[in-house]
Design a protein around this ligand. Structure first.
Ligand code: 3PY
Ligand code: MG
Length: 251
C-alpha cells in the first residue's frame, strides 16, 4: 500500500515532493510527477485541514505516498490528517523522548497508541484491512531541528514505533546560533546533520533531510539518507519562471 514503506523495506531511498500551496489540482499534478512520497505542509504556508482533504483526495489517483507535515506536536491535528488519508506524518520540533512518544502515540491505534477510531478517508484509501494495517503502514517522522533535540537524539531515535528522523536544517542552524540556511554542504550544521543521520541508523530507523538544491539532495542520498526533499511547488516556480523570462530577455 505505501510506496514509501515498500521502498524502505527494499533498502532503497525515497524522493519526497513538497506542497506549500493549497489546491487539489496542483496536488494532482505534483502527485503524477514520479515522487515516491508527497508532503502537504501544514506548518508553514497557507494550507489548513480543509485545504488538505481535497489535496489528499486528488493525490489518491496516483501511487504516491501522501504525507502531511503538521503544524505542531498536537494529537488532534495529526489524527485529523491521518483520518483524511495521510500515510505519513512529519512532526516539527521534537525535542525529547516525551515529545517523541506523544507524537508516535497519536499516530498509532490501541493498544500501541492512543489514535481515536474514525478514519473516514483512511478506510477508503487503505481498504477494509485499514484498522489492522495502519499502525505498520503509517510512517512517523520526528523532526530534529533544535539544540534540545540534538541533546536528546539517541533517546528520540530509540522511541518505539518511530520510523524516521527528519531534519529541518534552517531551524537546526537557527537554534545553534547560525543563520537559518538550507543545503549545508559543509560547516557546523553539516556536521550536525551527519550526526542525526548516524543516530537514526544506529537506532535502526530511517533518516530524511529537507533541501532546496538538487545537487545537495543528491549528495545527501550518496551520504546514505533514506529520504530527501529536494524542492517544493513554490521553489520550482521561483526557479523556473525567472529562467523562462531570462530566455526572453526579461531579466
Ligand atoms: C527547517 O529547515 O527548519 C524546516 O523545517 C524545513 O522545512
Ligand atoms: Mg523547521
Amino acid at each position: 500500500m505505501s510506496r514509501l514503506k515498500d521502498l524502505w523495506a527494499a533498502g532503497d531511498a525515497a524522493v519526497n515532493g513538497w506542497l506549500s500551496s493549497p489546491g487539489a489540482y496542483l496536488a494532482e499534478v505534483m502527485a503524477h510527477q514520479g515522487w515516491d512520497s508527497l508532503t502537504i505542509d501544514m506548518q508553514h504556508g497557507p494550507i489548513g485541514i480543509s485545504d488538505a482533504v481535497p489535496m489528499l483526495q486528488a493525490m489518491a489517483a496516483s501511487d504516491v505516498t501522501p504525507v502531511v507535515r503538521v503544524p505542531w506536536n498536537e494529537p488532534s491535528v495529526m489524527m485529523r490528517a491521518l483520518d483524511a488519508g495521510a500515510f505519513g506524518i512529519i512532526c516539527p520540533m521534537v525535542n525529547n523522548r516525551d515529545d517523541a512518544e506523544r507524537f508516535v502515540a497519536a499516530c498509532r491505534y490501541p493498544p500501541v497508541g492512543v489514535r481515536s477510531n474514525g478514519a473516514y478517508r483512511g478506510m477508503i484509501v487503505g481498504g477494509p484491512g485499514y484498522l489492522d494495517t495502519a499502525n505498520d503502514e503509517i510512517a512517523t517522522f520526528a523532526m530534529i531541528e533544535t539544540r534540545e533535540g540534538m541533546a536528546n537524539l539517541k533517546e528520540i531515535a530509540e522511541t518505539p514505533g518511530l520510523d524516521a528522523l527528519y531534519i529541518g536544517p534552517t531551524d537546526l542552524a537557527f537554534s545553534h546560533g547560525h543563520p537559518p540556511k538550507h543545503d549545508n554542504f559543509d560547516g557546523p550544521v553539516a556536521d550536525l546533520i551527519a550526526q542525526i543521520r548516524e543516530a537514526a541508523h544506529a537506532a535502526g530507523i530511517k533518516a530524511g533531510v529537507h533541501a532546496t538544491r538538487t545537487d545537495y539532495a543528491a549528495k545527501m542520498l550518496e551520504d546514505g539518507f533514506d529520504l530527501v526533499t529536494p524542492t517544493s511547488d513554490v521553489r520550482m516556480i521561483q526557479a523556473g519562471a525567472p529562467e523562462v523570462l531570462r530566455g526572453l530577455g526579461r531579466d
